[in-house]
Design a protein. Structure first.
Length: 165
């Protein structure tokens, strides 16, 4: 079984592990606690301690301002970097879009030209076919007319031959 509460030794150190990283807040808390402990164990007189506290407070303020400035600079740098990356990607996408648009325009133009050429060729073939058909029809009509004329002559000749006999 497990140990009972009374069996634990209170003198054993306890280790606490935090799963989040310290930030500016943790730094400032540590600074304040350190200043408080320094007051308790101050080996100097009151005036010397106050001067030392003012000096340390100025240092702490300067350190905090430097840290905040660096953090702000870091945030600004990251923002500018991200903005440049987004702008570069947008520019790249715009260039690709323009290129695809131009390719599509060229393909449409080529398609229209090919369709126009095919239409002209088809119209030429149709005109040739119509002309050939008309020529064939004219030849057939002339042949029928000549055949009819020949038949009529033959019939007249036969009538004349039968009337003269």
């Amino acid at each position: 079984m497990g140990k009972r509460y009374e069996e634990y030794d209170d003198d054993e150190p306890i280790v606490i592990v935090e799963k989040r990283s310290g930030g500016m807040g943790a730094f400032l808390w540590g600074l304040a606690i350190g200043a408080g402990v320094a007051l308790l164990y101050a080996p100097h007189s009151g005036e010397e301690t106050r001067q030392e506290l003012r000096r340390r407070a100025r240092r702490a303020r300067t350190a905090a301002q430097d840290a905040a400035g660096e953090f702000g600079d870091s945030v600004v740098d990251q923002y500018q970097h991200a903005r440049r990356a987004v702008e570069e990607r947008l520019d790249s996408a715009r260039r690709v879009l323009e290129m695809k648009k131009e390719q599509a325009s060229q393909a449409i133009r080529a398609g229209r030209e090919a369709a126009e050429q095919a239409r002209r060729e088809l119209e030429a073939r149709l005109a040739e076919t119509r002309a050939a058909y008309q020529a064939g029809a004219d030849v057939a009509r002339d042949a029928r007319t000549e055949a009819r004329t020949a038949d009529e002559r033959q019939a007249r000749d036969e009538e004349r031959g039968a009337a003269g006999a």
